[in-house]
Design a protein. Structure first.
Lengths: 158, 199
């Protein structure tokens, strides 16, 4: 009977079988790690805001922020969601399907980029449309004064 | 007799053995989380694909630059978004603490931390409601995009379509979490003897 109970609880024999103080200490430690990582990411985000687009140092800082985000995700999934304390097979059952994302991201970004280049080559009308300046944003009060037939046609692209 | 049978069954595939050493509910929660991550992954990857296929895109630092109570000309990019991210991190901490309190059979702490988690979720949803209202008043909605591209050229409504769809899905995800937490709070109030059941 005791065995059956153990089986239903998935092998966790008793609620007090672990040191709760150590677990709570770990939770607060991870919270502080996550806070520090978030603040560092924010500082990097503010620092690079004024930098030139497409410059090497901007890409470099973006890469650092990506690595920090992966680090944060590892802490949240591993400690807050307890995955690190599970059996190895359990970690693999959840972790291996998630690696599909590597393929998804590479394949779909390549697809989007190839679509863009094909369109630039065979449908230059769209490219020209993108060069048009955005019509000036009208204030709400002014908008009401314009009659429907006078309203300039706003080309919307798909 | 029964002891002899049991000795033979001690293989991973022979039954009488929990290979993952997790409860049924926890295993199903992990499968739900995996499927949820694929749902959001699909949304985000479709957004990335469209962004890679589009020639220009609005500058998020110019779109998300306001916060509640700010003047019309406030220029504080990232600030309100960071506050919302931090609310989510803190509410996940209180959720973990509530689970831990449940394992310690500490009913009072379970109620306290579940309540904090619910407040955190509601706070996030309120922030999102403000942000959506603010953007709607600026003229942004599904199919409408008032923000020009980085270089001032004409932008497509893809930007607002993806923004409202993805944050809408995420808001629904948070909202359902708040509802489930409220149910668990009621269960924590009702259950006296078996407090570990609520986790």
């Amino acid at each position: 009977m005791a065995d059956l109970h153990e089986l239903e609880n998935g092998g966790h024999t008793h609620a007090h079988a672990f040191d709760s103080k150590a677990v709570r200490k770990e939770i607060w430690k991870v919270t502080i790690y996550l806070t520090i990582l978030t603040i560092v990411e924010l500082i990097l985000g503010f620092v690079m805001m004024g930098w030139e687009e497409e410059s090497f140092k901007r890409h470099f800082v973006k890469g650092i922020i990506l690595i920090l985000m992966f680090w944060k995700a590892f802490y949240i999934i591993g400690y807050f969601m307890h995955l690190r304390h599970e059996v190895r097979n359990m970690i693999l059952v959840i972790g291996l399907p998630a690696t599909f994302f590597i393929w998804f991201i590479i394949a779909f970004l390549a697809d989007g980029s190839s679509y863009k280049h094909l369109r630039e080559k065979y449908d230059p009308y769209k490219t020209e449309l993108y060069q048009l300046p955005m019509p000036k944003h009208e204030e709400q009060g002014e908008k009401k004064e314009i009659k429907p037939e006078e309203k300039p046609a706003q080309p919307q692209q798909q | 007799m029964s002891v002899a049978v049991r000795e033979q069954k001690r293989s991973a595939w022979g039954g009488g053995y929990s290979p993952f050493k997790v409860e049924y509910g926890k295993l199903m929660m992990w499968f739900f989380l995996l499927s949820d991550s694929f749902t959001f992954g699909a949304l985000l990857i479709s957004y990335l694909t469209t962004r890679f296929a589009t020639m220009g895109w609005p500058d998020p630092n110019k779109v998300f630059k306001s916060y509640p109570g700010a003047s019309e000309f406030a220029n504080a990019p990232l600030v309100f978004v960071s506050v919302m991210t931090f609310i989510l991190i803190i509410s996940s901490v209180t959720m973990v603490l509530a689970v831990q309190a449940g394992k310690e059979m500490n009913k009072k702490a379970v109620i306290k931390y579940t309540l904090f988690t619910i407040i955190g979720g509601l706070l996030f949803l309120s922030c999102q409601a403000w942000e959506w209202t603010h953007l709607y008043r600026e003229g942004a909605w599904w199919g409408r995009n008032p923000f020009p591209n980085f270089d001032g050229s004409l932008s497509s409504p893809n930007f607002t379509n993806f923004f409202f769809t993805i944050t809408g899905f995420h808001g629904f995800h948070v909202f359902s979490g708040v509802i489930i937490n409220i149910v668990m709070l009621i269960m924590a109030f009702v259950m006296y003897s078996k407090k570990e059941d609520i986790i």
